[in-house]
Design a protein around this ligand. Structure first.
Ligand code: BGC
Length: 779
């Protein structure tokens, strides 16, 4: 990148109270003989730029979200064609974006930039942000990513005055942009209707993250048009955001004040909403189009089968990926919008089947590395929104919630940030990216972070928890390999009633903070021990790949010890682990926690659990991704398909039948009008569809699909299934059809790759580049 000359500048009147939306201007002259012009920009906030009235920035929400105090991205634009000889005008508007969202990073918006003009005679001129820039405010009266935007079309740009140097955290390092550009993608023409309260509501037919472009007709000056964005109609059929607004009063709203005229058009600038519907007030004569906005990753895979409900489920999962992958992967585009590590961990392999997520996750993992606490502990969201970056804000926040901690290496996180399954994302995500893309660099970059997290968990594992003083591992004083302390979300979100003591806690008026303290007191030995063992296995494997033989040995030995303790103390002699919880058995099998003797007993217990639940799943966040593969791997294929095709709740197809167009946070979400309707993590079932039903599976000894398995699994009502997946080597295709008792299978193996095919009759074939067809008689 060019030498840094630009200074951070801001509006002198912008602060935490005024929350201005500054527009910066620079007038400049271009001499004769311009060869090229390059503009570099960044902001505290998010920016949009224009030169001579023409837009420079097609990508949205630049500079993107990074851990701003450590690194902040700069975008570079070739603006040669926008300039003319003589006077020119550069305008840059800066909105709150993530900088000022929840006052997370700072209070004042700022701009950084420099324009390099290169002339044919070899001379160069640099116009950089400094006090020669002017600043004012314009039609965007206020803007907040989540609350929305107020735009007064009557306000023009005037009263320019000199910009001032900004003093707020200007030491943030400027880096070349690394993220995947966020762009406007699919558009949906809205259909107006009246809800049961008579409100004018627009239905866009698809739940998305984005905004609404509106064309307003025959408007009067000062007429106010108001839009509120939501995911659904409540149980009375009335537009509502109650399921996803987290109790916020101002939520996902656009207020547009008209200039007046035959037609006016407006598209929000710096706000993004999760919605399918918009409630409209203040105009009837208008057209509305919803625009989906997300990180523009290449689409890589598709799956279809003979069950249309499963096909819709796949579409819904893909839409939840689109709706949540906006520069970072957030839990939902509505209520929280936090880049939760657990959610990303569960889903990252599925994400890779749908889109090329490698650069997307690489950028995000870099922030995880940067923000890791000195102890090795990790934030549960990155860049952290669970802890506070801005030290000034920290004091204010701690006055209300003393548990809030400082984000980044100087802090040590809050108690929620000990949680296994969330912190283990530092191990699992790079490991999965390596498996899917075959690039060792991701392991090299992230190994230390992953190891430091695991070492932190292993240290916590050695602590004693008096709550378990009567348990054999405590009594025998050999509980070092049972992790029974600290706060863990655990399985989280199992579709089961909460534990009696949790019900009691809330019944007595307990708050979320009390709940966290309660959870921290009990630990979650069954979950925490298992995930720490999984991370030992993963780190041992990574260490082996990276030639760190000592580490490989050490973590493999630790894994064995944890497994032995788990068998002895957490799996009963009859294979019982936690009655009523399928997750307990799925976890034990998927993470290899049961020894050869106990494994059949665990499987038998699991079978009983499935029967008792009448073949409905009751796994939560962490185990649902493992459920179907684990059933198939343990001789329960029929059961797996029965659960997959279950149309009753809890189950994947229940929301599909209820009309969902994305994945829900809870199976009963639409039926009860509660919680987020766009929570991507349960979409991880698609990994099973690609890897088991269609049979396309990666191999760790040849990561990145240079060599892969094809192992299709038939089952349920499915008569046919097909999938394609674009790898670095070309597109793999795998398809099968059942014709009576004949199983027909076709596949495409990209040139230069090898597939190890296992047909349902157990026959194996090694296939090198080409198209293949097989037909076998089913017994
Ligand atoms: C989020 C989840 C997240 C969880 C932590 C929720 O509020 O929406 O997706 O992982 O908290 O358990």
């Amino acid at each position: 990148m060019v030498r840094i000359i630009g200074k951070w500048i801001c509006h002198p009147g912008d602060n935490r109270e005024t929350r201005l939306v500054p527009v910066f201007r620079r007038l400049f002259t271009v001499k004769n003989g311009l060869k090229s012009a390059t503009l570099c920009l960044s902001a505290h906030g998010i920016y949009e730029a224009e030169i001579n009235g023409k837009s420079v920035t097609v990508n949205k929400f630049t500079p993107g979200l990074t851990s701003y105090y450590f690194r902040i991205q700069v975008q570079e634009y070739d603006v040669t064609s926008l300039l003319c000889e003589g006077s020119n005008e550069l305008h840059v508007t800066v909105g709150d974006g993530w900088w000022r969202w929840n006052n997370n990073f700072g209070y004042t918006l700022a701009l950084w930039g420099q324009l390099v003009l290169t002339y044919t005679d070899g001379s160069q001129e640099v116009i950089a942000t400094d006090e020669n820039f002017e600043v004012t405010t314009g039609s965007i009266v206020k803007t907040d990513l989540q609350m929305g935007e107020t735009f007064d079309a009557r306000i023009g740009l005037q009263d320019w005055h000199p910009a001032v140097l900004c003093t707020e955290h200007t030491e943030g390092r400027l880096i070349e942009t690394q993220g995947v550009p966020v762009r406007e993608k699919e558009q949906f023409r809205g259909k107006p209707f009246r809800d049961s309260a008579g409100n004018l509501v627009i239905d866009f037919g698809q739940n998305i993250a984005g905004y609404v472009k509106m064309t307003l007709r025959n408007t009067k000056p000062g007429q106010t048009v108001h839009l509120k964005h939501g995911e659904g109609l409540d149980l009375e059929g009335i537009f509502s955001t109650a399921n996803c607004d987290g109790g916020r009063k101002e939520f996902q709203e656009i207020t547009y004040i008209c200039k007046g005229g035959e037609t006016e058009e407006y598209t929000p600038h710096f706000a993004v909403f999760g919605f399918r519907y918009a409630l409209v007030e203040g105009i009837e004569d208008a057209e509305f189009t919803a625009v989906a906005v997300y990180s523009d990753m290449e689409q890589t895979g598709d799956f279809k089968c003979s069950n249309p409900l499963i096909n819709k489920l796949v579409e819904n999962a893909r839409w939840s990926q689109k709706g949540n992958f906006l520069d970072v992967a957030v839990d939902c585009p509505t209520r929280e919008r936090n880049a939760w590590t657990g959610d990303a961990m569960i889903y990252c392999r599925t994400a890779a089947y749908f889109m090329d997520v490698y650069p997307f996750f690489r950028k995000w993992l870099a922030d995880q590395r940067i923000e890791q606490y000195a102890s090795g502990k990790l934030g549960i969201t990155f860049p952290s929104t669970s802890s506070v970056h801005n030290p000034e804000e920290l004091e204010r926040v701690q006055a209300v919630n003393p548990a809030m901690a400082l984000a980044g290496p100087d802090g040590d996180g809050n108690i929620g940030e000990d949680s296994v399954g969330w912190g283990d994302s530092a191990v699992w995500i790079p490991y999965q990216l390596y498996l899917m893309y075959g690039d060792k660099a991701i392991l090299e970059d992230h190994y230390d972070t992953a190891k430091r997290w695991l070492d932190y968990s292993l240290r916590c594992m050695k602590e004693k928890n008096p709550m378990y003083a009567d348990r054999p591992w405590y009594v025998n004083c050999d509980g070092d390999y049972i992790y029974d302390t600290r706060f863990h979300y655990g399985e989280w979100n199992e579709p089961l009633p909460p534990a009696p003591e949790v019900i009691e806690l809330f019944a007595k008026g307990g708050t979320t903070a009390d709940f966290v303290t309660h959870m921290a007191k009990y630990g979650k030995p069954e979950v925490a021990t298992a995930y720490t063992k999984r991370s030992c296995d993963n780190i041992a494997h990574m260490a082996g790949i990276l030639g760190k033989t000592e580490d490989a040995k050490e973590y493999a030995a630790l894994s064995d010890k944890i497994k032995a303790a788990y068998n002895q103390y957490l799996i009963g002699d009859d294979g019982e682990i936690q009655k009523g919880h399928q997750a307990a058995y799925i976890r034990a099998l998927a993470l290899d926690m049961a020894d050869e003797e106990k494994k059949p007993l665990v499987i038998a217990q699991l079978k009983k659990e499935l029967e008792a639940a009448n073949y409905h799943l009751n796994t939560g966040f962490l185990s649902t991704v493992y459920l179907l593969p684990t059933l198939c791997d343990n001789g329960l294929t029929d059961e797996a398909f029965r659960i997959l095709e279950q149309t009753d709740r809890p189950g994947w197809l229940y929301p599909v039948i209820a009309g969902a167009t994305t994945m829900l946070e809870r199976w009963e979400g639409m039926a009860e009008f509660r919680d987020s309707f766009n929570h991507y993590s349960f979409g991880a079932v698609c990994q099973f569809l690609f890897e088991y039903v269609a049979g396309i599976r990666p191999k760790f000894d040849k990561p990145g699909f240079q060599e892969f398995d094809l192992r299709p699994v038939m089952g349920g009502t499915l008569k046919w299934a097909e999938a394609s997946y674009k790898t670095r080597f070309g597109t793999i295709k795998s398809a099968w059809e059942r014709k009576g008792d004949i199983f027909c299978y076709t596949c495409t193996v990209p040139e230069g790759t090898t597939a190890c095919l296992t047909l349902p009759d157990g026959k194996k074939e090694i296939l090198n580049g080409g198209e293949f067809e097989f037909s076998i008689k089913k017994k």
